[in-house]
Design a protein around this ligand. Structure first.
Ligand SMILES: Cc1cc2nc3c(=O)[nH]c(=O)nc-3n(C[C@H](O)[C@H](O)[C@H](O)COP(=O)(O)O)c2cc1C
Length: 164
């Protein structure tokens, strides 16, 4: 894969995250986990290019995102849709998702990512905070949190973008 500048990304965040989906991955060679995410953003904060990721506390991936300094976002071509669906349905607590989906974890960067990805964003964690009911302005949003499982917001500085 080649290193590109974040502003060379050819798709909008709406396509990349909302339509294509991404695998959020954190951990190390001994232990890592990945999950599908389709909520998030790419933007600018504190004069840095950043990723915003939203992870519910019950996700196994949350534990890895919390414990590790870096995480990655792997984006795939359409031929990996089934793998992304699988990784968004099953938990790494119960199955080896990479094995089941024939994905090869690559540990050459600060966060694990997948060799099969078309685009990878490596992020260094800058900020983490759990959302809270008291800050929800639009009432209908509360329907997302019947289990009081408010997302954790992760803001990660984009330290590298890799593209095939
Ligand atoms: C298309 C899709 C998008 C998803 N987006 C998110 C998300 O943005 N945040 C989140 O917490 N869970 C999201 N999920 C749910 C997790 O991917 C799912 O619960 C997964 O099994 C968690 O795996 P883990 O327990 O190994 O971390 C999404 C699932 C799918 C299928």
């Amino acid at each position: 894969m080649n290193v590109i500048s974040p502003d060379m990304l050819s798709k909008t965040p709406f396509e990349l995250i909302g339509k294509d989906w991404m695998l959020l991955t954190a951990g190390n060679e001994d232990k890592y986990n990945t999950m599908t995410a389709s909520w998030g953003g790419l933007g600018v904060l504190w004069n840095k290019n950043v990723v915003f990721a939203f992870v519910r506390p019950q996700r196994f991936t949350y534990d890895f995102m919390k414990e590790n300094e870096y995480f990655s976002c792997s984006f795939f071509k359409e031929d990996h849709r089934a793998a992304l669906s699988y990784c968004g349905k099953y938990s790494g607590r119960d199955v080896d998702k990479a094995k089941e989906c024939n994905l090869s974890a690559n540990f050459s960067e600060d966060a694990p990512f997948f060799d099969e990805a078309d685009t990878v964003i490596i992020c260094k964690k800058l900020y983490v905070q759990q959302m809270s009911e008291e800050f929800i302005i639009e009432n209908s949003i509360k329907a997302n949190y019947s289990g009081d499982d408010y997302h954790y917001v992760f803001v990660g500085e984009i330290v590298k973008v890799l593209k095939k």
